[in-house]
Design a protein around this ligand. Structure first.
Ligand SMILES: [Zn+2]
Length: 495
């Protein structure tokens, strides 16, 4: 139906409870209005999916604001309040038929354990029950009753590494249109389980591939309208943390309840298979001098993609100690080191101490090197496929060359899931023999054409050795606690 209008936007970030660096406003890429729509058309992001769906359905999008940041510590309360207020003001102006929100779902603020639920509940209070509100979340979202209560429909990515961001949002958009058309009456059966998957988290093979195939079969056979499976991010110390399965029936809940229960049971039955160790760094770097193919390494212990601080020196220390001197790109977050390089100037040789400030398992490095470049606000456009077309930037950087190792120092942490981060600072990914990223999964899709991709077992804040954390709210959960099977259920009818 022509002439419909949809309100979209919000705030998306994935938080790590144990990362002490609060995510402030400057870490967000902020976009709004029709410029945002034009710039993100066709992007494989949830926002891109909303835009493409709107175009197809001839729907006008209202985008009051969209704040997006990479993973990190909890978000500054004032930033969340700012976004919420902008969205709420727009909701008060009305003049739209539905709300479709491209969020992450794994965000924390300094004081809130379920900020997405809080934002959606505020919007619901204004729009009432007639206006559908739907959302698309990352597969690693933390979803609980308070998130689902104000939502008519929620969809998760079905892939890890993530390559279906756009189609996830299209499911949420289609649900909103179905509700408006009267063809979809969402009834939700949700099942929750207090457990974590730790290391065998790919949906490309193994238990999760089988579980997703089962879920999609249930959709194909019309047993349910849609299924989402959330494997909670592993570093969220919040109550009711764990696995969440959503099955939506169209007007009826019995079959959806069965499907949700069957899937959560499969996850439980595979609980030991969902825990896995990564290969050792030394094995992966053996013979790197002679190898023809380049290698791109995910630093499992300090993944900014999972909310790690991004300043672990573990891999670089290993290279220096073992005198592995091959053309290397090694990124590290250290604002003070960037400032020191700025003061010294490009072309200078300096002694520099950097890294290891937050990743305390790996000591900081003191060494001499040559500053080969300095820059600020360089644009990055993802090649994809993961988040392909996404536009962001590197705020400030300096490249320090130590032998053949190029240390990319930045004043903000980045996950480097895409080769364009390196191109942006003048480091051609095709010329490196070794590239280190701060991602465990998604970089593998985007770097596959550059060389061999592997995530290695390194210590740090985002390693899956979760016993290292001082959990206060999430326990008991498997495998930290030896608990019995105890699923929790929730049903929601559209009011
Ligand atoms: Zn994710």
């Amino acid at each position: 139906m022509a002439g419909r209008r949809v309100l979209t936007g919000g705030i998306a970030q994935e938080s790590h409870s144990f990362n002490p660096i609060i995510t402030r406003r400057e870490r967000f890429t902020i976009i709004q209005d029709q410029g945002a729509v034009e710039a993100n058309r066709g992007a494989n992001s949830t926002f891109g999916g909303v835009i493409d769906s709107a175009k197809e359905a001839d729907v006008y999008l209202i985008v009051p604001t969209l704040f997006r940041a990479q993973s990190g510590g909890p978000v500054d309360d004032t930033v969340f309040a700012e976004v919420s207020d902008i969205m709420v003001e727009a909701a008060k102006r009305g003049d739209f038929d539905a709300v479709v929100l491209p969020l992450h779902g794994g965000m924390l603020t300094e004081t809130l354990a379920d900020p997405e639920g809080v934002l959606i509940a505020r919007l619901r209070e204004i729009v009432g029950n007639d206006v559908p509100i739907t959302a698309a979340f990352d597969l690693h979202a933390h979803v609980k009753e308070s998130t689902l209560e104000p939502l008519d429909f929620l969809s998760s990515y079905l892939t890890n590494p993530h390559e279906d961001q756009s189609s996830t949002a299209k499911r949420a958009f289609r649900a909103a249109m179905g509700i408006l058309d009267g063809t979809f009456d969402p009834v939700l059966a949700a099942t929750f389980l207090p457990m974590l998957t730790l290391g065998n988290d790919t949906t490309l093979s193994g238990p999760l591939a089988e579980i997703h195939a089962y879920a999609q079969n249930a959709v194909k056979q019309d047993r349910v309208w849609d299924v989402s499976i959330f494997n909670s991010q592993q570093f969220l110390d919040v109550p009711s943390m764990g696995q969440t399965v959503l099955a939506y029936g169209n007007g009826e809940v019995d079959e959806a309840r069965k499907v949700a229960n069957e899937i959560i049971r499969m996850i439980w039955d595979y609980r030991d298979d969902l825990i896995n160790k990564y290969p050792a760094l030394e094995n992966e770097l053996e013979n790197i001098e002679k190898s023809v193919r380049s290698i791109i390494i995910g630093d499992q212990g300090d993944r900014v993609a999972a909310g790690g601080p991004g300043d672990s020196t573990y891999i670089l220390n290993y290279l220096l100690e073992n005198k592995i001197d091959v053309e290397t790109y090694f990124p590290i977050y250290d604002p003070e080191a960037v400032a020191t390089c700025e003061r010294a100037g490009a072309g200078q040789e300096i002694s520099l101490k950097f890294g290891g400030k937050y990743s305390t398992v790996s000591p900081s490095i003191s060494t001499r090197g040559k500053i080969i470049s300095i820059g600020k606000h360089v644009p990055v456009v993802y090649d994809g496929p993961s988040d392909g077309g996404t536009r962001t930037h590197i705020e400030k950087f300096a490249v320090l060359r130590i032998g053949k190792i190029n240390v990319l120092l930045t004043n903000q942490p980045y996950a480097y899931i895409d080769p364009d981060y390196f191109r942006a600072v003048g480091l051609d990914p095709d010329k490196a023999k070794l590239i280190v990223t701060r991602s465990g999964y998604h970089f593998q899709l985007n770097f596959a054409k550059i060389g061999r991709v592997v995530t290695v077992d390194t210590p740090g804040m985002s390693s899956y050795y979760v016993d290292q954390f001082p959990w206060k709210h999430a326990r008991p959960f498997y495998p930290v606690d030896k608990i019995d099977y105890m699923p929790r259920q929730y049903t929601r009818y559209r009011a």
